[in-house]
Write a protein that binds this ligand. Structure first.
Ligand code: ADP
Ligand code: MG
Length: 356
């Protein structure tokens, strides 16, 4: 123990060398499970707990941290929307386990620049989301902060044991399905950042948002896909694997493939991308496919189902089949319309985009 500590003091590894996921693996690998009720620890969208051996339901637990200046910028992010989005982020991870969110705690680090009225506005958004997702605020913690606003959200949910869906269940030839469309929230963020730069120091600023309301909504008032989970349940479909899209399709599909020990082939011309996303990408000389693959914050669901369920899934509407699961050795590939393959790699997603 003594030697190990001494060695650790003498070496210095930069966090960037491991990346976010490598760091989490490095830190959590030495932990072993002590309680039989801990069914799944770090590594999926939520932890999976079994309150008692005979319990018919698992308890799901997820936590997220949102920091001012990293995850949100209050110059253009209304506090009410921020409160709403914080709850959406938590609920989305519960839905990604095929579960139902039930309770949440919300912790605040808050600096003196905020008034009571502003925090009430934040909580109005929290309340609206509690209504929309049917969950209860069960507590939290409040502390003063030197560095603006910090939000810590924890959501607890539940799922029948036979209906739990992990990231690791995808099987060869399964269809890769996606809800909604990709990259719009990311392009919305670019639009907000562009106007912030253009209007810095301008009196009575008039941002140019016309025609891009959809992109703004996707960034500022996202929703978690409660209705998709309910529709899948009503249709008797339990996906083989699932993840919510928070870091971008590329990164999140790679999580499914890594944990399911499989490869994937997705088709570029099947990626659902909204018209507004294309239009703004063109205006900003950006690539809409990059936005779709690497843009974060979509909060859509990426899931796999056996090939035999194709018709049933398509009948639900609003779901696109973008490819299929392949053998692990083939890796994860994106096929372009001319038939060539591009290997899919992940880019880290840190929140606020850098200047182009
Ligand atoms: P998501 O994007 O779905 O919220 P994350 O990428 O934040 O998921 O986290 C992936 C997994 O790693 C989750 O199971 C989470 O609980 C776990 N995790 C993240 N950070 C830590 C940490 N500091 N210590 C332990 N587990 C962590
Ligand atoms: Mg998630």
């Amino acid at each position: 123990m003594g030697n190990e500590n001494k060695e650790r003091k003498e070496t210095r590894t930069e966090i960037a060398r491991l990346g976010e996921f490598g760091l989490i693996r490095e830190l959590t690998a030495p932990f072993t499970v002590r309680n039989s009720g801990t069914v799944m620890g770090p590594g999926d969208d939520a932890a999976v707990l079994l309150p008692c051996p005979a319990c018919p339901e698992y308890t799901l637990l997820t936590t997220d941290l949102l920091l001012e200046g990293i995850h949100f910028d209050l110059t253009y992010f209304p506090l009410k929307h921020l409160g709403y989005k914080t709850v959406v982020i938590g609920c989305s991870d519960i839905y990604a386990m095929n579960g139902t969110p039930r309770q949440m705690t919300l912790s605040l680090g808050v600096s003196a620049k905020f008034s009571v009225e502003q925090l009430q506005e934040l909580y109005e958004g929290v309340r609206a989301a509690c209504d929309d997702y049917g969950i209860d605020l069960a507590g939290g913690d409040t502390s003063s902060s030197l560095t603006g606003l910090t939000l810590g959200i924890t959501v607890i949910g539940s799922v029948a044991r036979e209906k739990i869906v992990y990231r690791n269940g995808a099987k060869l030839n399964d269809l890769i399905c996606i809800t909604g469309d990709l990259g719009a929230a990311y392009m919305g963020l670019h639009l907000l950042e562009r106007e912030k730069r253009a209007l810095a120091g301008v009196k009575d600023p008039q941002p140019r948002f016309s025609g891009y309301e959809y992109l703004l909504r996707r960034q500022l008032k996202p929703s978690a896909r409660r209705e998709v989970i309910e529709e899948l349940d009503a249709a008797g479909i339990v996906p083989t694997s699932m993840i919510d899209l928070s870091d971008g399709l590329a990164s999140d599909l790679l999580h499914i493939c890594k944990q399911s020990r499989c490869g994937a082939r997705i088709y570029l011309d099947r990626l659902p991308i909204a018209r507004e996303t294309y239009r703004l990408a063109e205006e900003l000389h950006a690539d809409p496919v990059v936005a779709a693959l690497n843009g974060g914050d979509d909060h859509e669901l990426l899931f796999t189902v056996p090939l035999s369920l194709q018709e049933q899934v398509m009948r639900l509407g609003g779901i696109d089949v973008i490819g299929h699961i392949t053998a692990e050795e083939t890796g994860v590939a994106l096929t372009t319309p001319d038939g060539s393959d591009i290997p899919v790699t992940a880019q880290g997603h840190t929140g606020v985009p850098k200047d182009e």
